[in-house]
Design a protein around this ligand. Structure first.
Ligand code: FES
Ligand SMILES: [Fe+2]
Length: 318
């Protein structure tokens, strides 16, 4: 597991002043905002009797445990134990673990490493689509699979004609032209021109006749973010996805989808359905992969030219 890294874990707009539980890598973390809008992350299990802070609330800049009302400041220190007499002091050991947390590009970023002991890593740089004029929607998709298998699926060009035939893969043209790999800090991307199938549904309104190959770029940022840019004949579609590792066998992919065509709300459902359909097509394959966790030994699975981006992911993760 990559510990000293920033995981994109939640949509910014999903966190308000009521505490929200996040399950990540077998831990339970609570995300919340204080009245000043600042985001915070603290362990879920109250140090007193183990009640869930996620069921608590925020008061005076503290998160309050719902069981006996202990109040924890943003650094995890307990500042008030209501059952104590006003002259008694709060014991020093009454302190919860907190985590470094940031907000950028419409995502909440969480670092599970020991931020106090060393330097924090840097949150990657990429275009801030969230503050652009693009139409955006978001959603979640749950998998019974390890997040690295899910992430690699997002980097995989060669499966499209088989798994997504009729959606965007063309089964009559399964060959993947040479990938143009771009390396950058914390990740890599690949671009290819993929053979297209005629568009279905609503998108048919936008295209006439034969479709030219479609410029497609996909890439990742360690540890858990992927993106896909599809240059359709009628506009551009970009999908950013944070693959949140709930535990070794379960993942939730939180996706943001941006488009510069059909920018009305009326087309949101169609856009969401397309994204979910793709994930649903991937699901049985990704959940079937064995071993569930990708091997650390680079020589234990085979690579062909179309797997170049996955190989780059495995090398970087190494
Ligand atoms: S269990 Fe949290 S205050 Fe007692
Ligand atoms: Fe897929």
């Amino acid at each position: 597991m990559l510990k000293n890294s920033w995981y994109a874990v939640e949509f910014s707009n999903a966190i308000g002043t009521s505490p929200k539980l996040l399950k990540i890598l077998d831990r339970e973390v609570v995300l919340y905002r204080t009245a000043n809008g600042q985001i915070h992350a603290i362990d879920n299990t109250c140090i007193h009797r183990g009640a869930a802070l996620a069921q608590g609330w925020i008061a005076n800049g503290c998160i309050v445990c719902p069981y006996h009302g202990w109040q924890y400041g943003t650094d995890g220190t307990c500042l008030n134990i209501p059952s104590l007499s006003p002259t008694a002091t709060v014991p020093k050991q009454a302190k919860m673990s907190t985590y470094p947390v940031r907000e950028k590009y419409g995502w909440i970023w969480l670092c599970l490493g020991d931020g106090e002991a060393g330097e924090l890593p840097v949150i990657p740089n990429f275009p801030d689509l969230k503050s652009s004029k693009l139409r955006s929607i978001q959603g979640k998709f749950y998998w019974q699979a390890n997040y690295e298998r899910v992430l690699e699926n997002g980097l995989d060009f060669a499966h499209a004609p088989f798994v997504h035939a009729g959606a965007f893969g063309n089964p009559d043209r399964p060959e993947i032209p040479e990938l143009k790999i771009e390396n950058y800090a914390g990740g890599a991307s690949a671009t290819a021109y993929l053979a297209a199938t005629p568009p279905q549904g609503l998108w048919r309104l936008l295209v006439r006749g034969e479709r030219a190959p479609i410029q497609t770029r996909t890439g990742f940022f360690l540890p858990n973010l992927t993106f896909l840019e599809v240059h359709l004949p009628f506009g551009q579609l970009t999908i950013w996805t944070a693959h949140v590792p709930i535990d070794i066998q379960h993942t939730v992919s939180k996706w943001m989808n941006f488009r510069n065509f059909f920018t009305g709300k009326w087309a949101d459902r169609d856009a969401a359905n397309r994204t979910i359909k793709i994930f649903e097509q991937d699901r049985p394959i990704v959940e079937s992969q064995h071993p569930q966790i990708i091997p650390t030994d680079l020589s234990s699975e085979l690579y062909v030219a179309a797997d170049a981006l996955q190989l780059q992911y495995r090398k970087l993760r190494q």
